[in-house]
Design a binder for this molecule. Sequence first.
Ligand SMILES: CC(C)(COP(=O)(O)OP(=O)(O)OC[C@H]1O[C@@H](n2cnc3c(N)ncnc32)[C@H](O)[C@@H]1OP(=O)(O)O)[C@@H](O)C(=O)NCCC(=O)NCCS
Length: 184
Amino acid sequence: MGASGPSVLIWHRVSMPLHVRTMAVDDLEWCHALNEANVPALGTETREAFDQLLELSSIALVATVDGERAGFTICMLAGADYESMNYRWFISRHDTLVYLDRVAVDARFKGRGVGRALYDEVDRLGLALAGPGVPFCLEVNLEPRNDDSLAFHDRLGFAEVGQQRTPNGKLVSMMERPIGASHM
Ligand SMILES: CC(C)(COP(=O)(O)OP(=O)(O)OC[C@H]1O[C@@H](n2cnc3c(N)ncnc32)[C@H](O)[C@@H]1OP(=O)(O)O)[C@@H](O)C(=O)NCCC(=O)NCCS
C-alpha cells in the first residue's frame, strides 16, 4: 500500500493552502469517481480493480486545497504484481523505476499547481525509495490525444522514449525523466 511519509504543506503562489498527503482507504471512493470522470485520459476501472491499485502501489497521494480533495496520483515501483501493458513495457527496459500509473486533478482546481505539487512529492518519496538516477516513467495518450497532459508533462521535463498501441485501441507516448528532478 502507499508509502507513508510526512505530508507536505505548500503555500501556492496565490496563497492557496495546498497540501499533499498519503492516500487513505477512505479516499478511494472520491479518487475512483475522479478517475472515471477523466476517462479516456485515464483507464476506466471497476471500484474493486481501482482499490487493488492502492494495494499494488508504493506511492499513493491525495492533494487537498483548503482541506478539500483536489487531485490524486498512484505510483508503483519495480517488482509490483501489476499486469498493465504499459507498466510491463517499462519494466522490460529498467531494473528499477518509479512508474506513475495515473494522475488526475479535479476540473475546479486545474492550472493551480496541484499536479506539480503531486509530482514534487512523488519525486521526493521516489528518490528516497528507489534512489538517484532511477527513471520516473509514465505514458500519455496520443490517440485519443491528451493535449493538456502532453503540455503538462513537457513543462515538467518528461521526454518521449517510445510509443505503443494498447489492446483498447489507444496510442500512447512512453515518457521518462530522472526521479527527483524537482528536488535537484
Ligand atoms: C494533466 C493534469 C494532471 C495537470 O494538472 P494541473 O494541476 O492542472 O497542472 P499544474 O497547474 O500543476 O501545472 C504545472 C505546469 O504545467 C503547465 N500546464 C498544465 N496544464 C497545461 C495545459 N493544459 N497547457 C499548457 N501548460 C499546462 C502549467 O502552466 C504549469 O506550469 P508552471 O508551473 O511552470 O506555471 C490535469 O490537467 C488533469 O488532471 N487532467 C485530466 C487527467 C489527465 O489527463 N491525467 C494525465 C493522464 S497521462
